[in-house]
Design a protein. Structure first.
Length: 111
């Protein structure tokens, strides 16, 4: 990664990415809140894992959380416009999600 400044939104100073910044993959998030903040704990669950560890905790004000929600919705809409709809498990039923590519065998041809 480069610490090259990113385009600043809303007149903020440029956002720099340190060279030593390590990306974290997460497929699990837990959200909790108090009256003054929201906490998002990111973790990763893998097959056979017995314990989960919080990898990153992000604290947001309620306004910041709502702005993040809006920004995520806008970016997902752009992503789907470019790459197609994101389907969630359960949207079409669990059996359909699990066995979508499984087709019954063709019956034998007589004759």
């Amino acid at each position: 990664m480069s610490n090259r400044p990113q385009n600043p939104p809303l007149g903020l100073p440029p956002l720099e990415l340190p060279d030593e910044l390590e990306p974290v993959y997460s497929n699990l998030a837990r959200i909790s809140h108090t009256p003054s903040e929201l906490a998002v704990d990111f973790s990763r669950i893998l097959p056979g894992q017995k314990r989960l560890t919080v990898l990153v905790r992000v604290l947001l004000s309620p306004v910041g959380a709502k702005l993040l929600l809006r920004a995520l919705a806008e970016n997902i809409a752009r992503y789907e416009a470019a790459f197609g709809e994101i389907y969630l498990p359960g949207d079409s039923g669990l059996a359909e999600d699990l066995f979508r590519s499984v087709h019954p065998p063709e019956p034998p041809k007589s004759g």
